[in-house]
Design a protein around this ligand. Sequence first.
Ligand SMILES: Cc1cc2nc3c(=O)[nH]c(=O)nc-3n(C[C@H](O)[C@H](O)[C@H](O)COP(=O)(O)OP(=O)(O)OC[C@H]3O[C@@H](n4cnc5c(N)ncnc54)[C@H](O)[C@@H]3O)c2cc1C
Length: 500
Amino acid sequence: MSAFSDARTIPSGTVLDTDLAIIGGGPAGITLALSLAGKPIRVLMLESGGTSFDDKTQALYDGTQTGVPYTPLNATRQRYLGGGTNHWGGWCRPLDASDFEQRSWVPYSGWPFKKTALDPYYPRAQALVEAGPFDYEAKSQQWVDQYGAPLTLGAGGVYNSWFQFSKMRGSELPTNFGERYAADLKQISNLTALLHANVTNIALTPDAKSVDHLDVATLTGGKFTVKAKHIVLATGGMENVRLLLASNGVMKQGVGNGNDLVGRFFMDNPVPRNTAKLVVFAGPIAPYYPSNQRGDGAIFRAALAVTDDYKRAAHVMDSLTTVENRIELDDFGKAVVATTASALGIDGGDAAAYELGCGMELKPDPDRRLTLISARDALGMPRLNLHMTIGDEDFALYRQTIKELGRQLLAAQTGLIHLDRCSRESWLETMDWGNHHVGTTRMHNDPKQGVVDADLKVHGIGNLFVAGSSTFPTCGASNPTMNLVALALRLADHIKGLFP
Ligand SMILES: Cc1cc2nc3c(=O)[nH]c(=O)nc-3n(C[C@H](O)[C@H](O)[C@H](O)COP(=O)(O)OP(=O)(O)OC[C@H]3O[C@@H](n4cnc5c(N)ncnc54)[C@H](O)[C@@H]3O)c2cc1C
């Protein structure tokens, strides 16, 4: 086989044998394949799609929804090589140290390792997503020198922080892993990438202690089998669930689902728009707040982050507040600004106002979950339903953070905040989602509390691993992809150790 093959040409009944099968060719799967290049491991990557969008393949992602409105299940992901990076926004930022901690005020929180376990992998992850030098806080001074001072904030829980953006070489768009790394994948002599290959079943041995084989189907009716020493499931935070639950030939409740955890704890970052207005007394704010800027080889944008100390003290969730478009205040707003500035003894004549947006962290909720439904896709697999929830407390905790930001702005005589959204209905009116699929195969060392262990191995199954943000026990506020790429690099190191 050449490095890229078409599963539709494989005769039905064929049994393929390999050392490692990677199911899924999104950023997680591609990162693994790239990292294992040249190692004494025969790697087979099974990708459902081809190298471009196809309606029939994408329709395999159709599903239903209940609860709070969410992006349709076939629009919140892309089913071809590159996966979600075929339509991602490229926002990157490492998770905070406190995101990994067991937080007494966040039920089910706590990763089985600290952020320091991922730190060595971030620079390589940053290089793979092509987000420029791994600068974030460290080099921000250069951006400040180039574009002007950040907001002066009084002491408190909110601080100026940074996003960096993925940008594919030779393109203005974020790095699309399929397009960007196709040529590199084809060069890897120990890799076969099988396109149009849909894994439909993870068949366990009768004792349910390991995976015996994978059943694979094509949309042209082909059916064959893959036998692998080890398997990594990397089909995204929703499809990982579908495949585990639907593979119920030996474990009736689904593979790895002995404790009814697979599919529960779904999380995403709610992105409520126009949550509040920010007024800056001294006039327009530095351009890196409302829009992306370039400097020092990076594309970056400022955000207002929450300090780890404030999260611990005030028991708020993580959030990243962004400054959006500049707006004109109405007469009432102008009067409020004028009287506040005058009370502070400063000039508010040049004041500029902006809408604020945000990426919030949700509290883990076992009832926010993916389950199988009776409807089936073209390959006979049961489809998914997503039951989406968001608690009043999630909004209340974020409001507390915005109030803290307002307090710090007033304390520094920099500006003020007007909170626009005060009821749940009002928040939901402008609710958008990050399309980050987190938590559904959560990581925990205790099999009663997690689907995978700290090495991302499914509890109780000797040769099955899961990659991607479905393994994150909590989601933080930073976008997941660079973080899941870092975690995939860590998994690749573990896998290398399995083939001495
Ligand atoms: C509109 C949008 C904007 C986003 N913006 C950002 C952003 O700015 N920053 C950020 O960090 N993240 C962003 N994301 C999220 C990002 O796309 C995901 O975090 C990322 O793609 C997940 O990577 P993955 O490899 O785990 O899964 P996926 O990217 O979903 O890849 C899974 C792969 O598995 C394949 N597959 C599925 N089922 C099977 C099967 N049964 N057999 C074989 N193959 C299968 C799929 O075809 C796909 O290629 C965004 C997502 C969306 C939808």
